[in-house]
Design a protein. Structure first.
Length: 305
């Protein structure tokens, strides 16, 4: 089986369109996602999109290339590397984020819940409702990956081990996919499945494990809140994301270290200036996921007030 066939089997039309953020209908014509198209001229076929106006045909590889604004040849190189598990080290020429192909697996969701001491329902909230979590390959390892779908993606190994040193990178718990901007929060996915969640108050935490813990804890709390995370304490909240918080109450759970507290205060100042109502809270004895691992989801849910 040649490389192009393997790529198309790994990323069929619907999967690739979902990956690059293109919505396609099951039947009928629609406007081109790649150029101005006032009179819908595109049509879906079994393995691609036909643009009748330009007489172009886009298969999975062509869709990826057009969405990323690269050549088909470069697209094949990137997708080929991703098939071998090393695409997360690659950038396009313009430094765009290339998110690995993500899937949902009930077995992996259950395994992740067990690994982090969480509930399967919390994992499903992140993966299926908020659409901020998926399972895929990164650096040759099976991983759980958090992403906002366009600006940031971060992978952690499903076996709970650290990524080995690679090139200039040392050993680390998480691997930030090349091209990511860590100033963008996780949980504000513009393609969020449940629009009702967009009106809720926000629980803002730091780091991937605490984000998953927040999803589980909130399902056992009497508070209806949307879990959101900054993936690290070194970044301010991106100004493009701040309007999302306007008019909302935001409860910030600070990490119990100097960097975490400093970051939380910075986020609170930004949120206040953006028209939100932030409140800082520091849990005693560790960060959110550590406390869940020690005391259980239900016990910690009582602390979210």
């Amino acid at each position: 089986m040649n490389t192009i066939t393997k790529i198309k089997e790994r990323w069929p039309l619907d999967v690739m369109c979902d990956r690059v953020g293109i919505d396609i209908p099951k039947v009928g014509k629609f406007s081109s996602p790649f150029r101005p198209d006032k009179n819908p001229s595109c049509e879906v076929y079994r393995d691609g999109i036909k643009d009748w106006s330009t007489n172009e045909y886009f298969d999975s590889i062509g869709i990826f290339a057009s969405a990323m604004k690269i050549t088909n040849r470069d697209a094949i190189k990137i997708l080929k590397r991703e098939l071998s598990g090393v695409a997360t080290q690659q950038k396009t020429g313009k430094g765009k984020l290339i998110i690995p192909a993500l899937h949902y697996s009930p077995e992996e969701a259950e395994a992740l819940a067990t690994l982090r001491g969480l509930t399967r329902y919390g994992i499903d909230l992140a993966a299926e409702t908020i659409q901020s979590l998926g399972f895929g390959e990164a650096l040759g390892h099976r991983c759980w990956i958090l992403t906002d779908g366009r600006n940031i993606a971060e992978a952690r190994r499903m076996d709970g081990k650290r990524f080995p040193a690679y090139g200039t990178l040392g050993e680390r718990k998480s691997h930030t996919i090349a091209g990511s901007k860590k100033s963008f929060p996780i949980g504000l996915n513009p393609r969020i499945g449940a629009k009702a969640l967009q009106k809720l108050p926000v629980l803002l935490v730091e780091g991937g494990p605490d984000y998953l813990a927040a999803c589980s804890v909130l399902l056992h709390s009497d508070k209806e809140m949307l879990p959101v995370a900054m993936l690290g304490s070194s970044s301010s909240i991106n100004t493009l994301s701040l309007p999302f918080f306007k008019g909302r109450h935001v409860l910030i759970l600070a990490h119990p270290d100097d960097a975490g507290v400093k970051a939380s205060k910075q986020w609170a100042r930004q949120l206040n200036q953006a028209g939100a109502s932030p409140t800082l809270k520091q849990l005693e004895g560790g960060d959110l996921n550590d406390l869940v691992l020690r005391h259980g989801v239900e016990a910690i849910a009582k602390e979210i007030k």
